[in-house]
Design a protein around this ligand. Structure first.
Ligand SMILES: [Ca+2]
Ligand SMILES: [Ca+2]
Ligand SMILES: [Ca+2]
Ligand SMILES: [Ca+2]
Length: 308
């Protein structure tokens, strides 16, 4: 039975969805005013927008952002090609055996060859693997290393050190430390890791959404365990994220949040997530300020899928 608190959170989440479904698409869903995202005016030269590296989410080589997901019943890994307008083309299977993995994440172009890649963690060993995209499927995997079982979240796809190489960030479950693993452009080797934050084990659904506020530095969103409130963390371009800015609360119904790049084709980065209660896949439609518009249902039946 849902208690009244849970019902209230669910109601809040679904109210946001209703805003979209009733066609009032111009109504932003966020409580936080855009001023909260105002860029610092310290006289520094404005960074050129680098929302997402070329090809970071394009797995089939057509220039449009795609979703990769595992079909949990069979362990098949599937590419769901985006059509550039919030929908999908014909999905295809790129491999089997992916139920051996307990983490699958988009990695952007981790090895710098212009093609979107994946990382995945093997459940039995804790080893993290790099799967280089080849423009349609994946080339043979390579090992990044052991010991990743201590991480509660591992995300990638963006360059947080501003050196041109895509990096990995990960949350150590036991300590809450947020670690940055500076990429070297190879996909498998990294510079010594950096401690860039604490208490990140008090959050879930960490999602490397990219530069959603379009200031030139990649950002993340995550949900704090307390009251399931979602926060936006702006990337300052110098490793550490800025303090979180509250979106709103009631995100306990969100699962499997994942970055997708610009899935709508409007030039702004978006992200997706599942509502398992209704077996819906939602698209959170970035507006270029770090916030987003209401989340249309773009597909159904995704409870059986694990989104990379
Ligand atoms: Ca594509
Ligand atoms: Ca690549
Ligand atoms: Ca980097
Ligand atoms: Ca940013």
């Amino acid at each position: 039975m849902e208690d009244s608190t849970i019902r209230g959170r669910l109601a809040g989440f679904r109210r946001r969805l209703l805003v979209w479904s009733t066609g009032i698409v111009s109504v932003a869903v966020l409580i936080v005013p855009n001023a909260a995202f105002a860029r610092s005016d310290d006289g520094a030269e404005a960074a050129s927008p680098q929302q997402v590296p070329s090809g970071a989410y394009d797995y089939n080589g057509d220039g449009l952002a795609d979703i990769v997901a595992r079909r949990n019943s069979t362990g098949a890994l599937e590419v769901w090609p985006g059509n550039g307008n919030s929908g999908f083309g014909t999905r295809y299977t790129v491999g089997f055996g992916w139920n051996a993995m307990n983490l699958i994440e988009t990695a952007g172009d981790l090895n710098g060859d212009g093609l979107a890649d994946l990382i995945a963690r093997e459940a039995s060993t804790g080893r993290l693997y790099f799967y280089p995209g080849n423009g349609s499927t994946f080339s043979p995997f390579q090992s990044i290393g052991r010991g990743w079982e201590v991480m509660s979240a591992i995300v990638s796809g963006h360059d947080y050190t501003a050196d041109g190489n895509v990096d990995i960030i990960a949350v150590e479950a036991g300590t809450g430390t947020l670690w940055l693993y500076p990429g070297t452009g190879t996909g498998v080797t990294f510079a010594p890791r950096l401690n860039i934050g604490s208490s990140w084990n008090q959050l879930h659904e960490l999602t490397a959404v990219g530069d959603t506020n379009e200031d030139g530095h990649p950002d993340v969103v995550a949900v704090r365990n307390v009251a399931d409130c979602m926060y936006f963390y702006a990337g300052p371009g110098s490793e550490k994220f800025k303090p979180g800015v509250l979106f709103d609360c009631g995100w306990d119904v969100l699962e499997g949040a994942a970055a997708v790049g610009d899935f709508t084709g409007d030039g702004h980065l978006d992200w997706v997530g599942k509502d398992p209660d209704h077996n819906h896949l939602y698209l959170f439609h970035g507006d270029g300020t770090g916030s987003f518009f209401s989340s249309p249902v773009i597909d159904y039946g995704w409870n059986s899928m694990t989104i990379a």
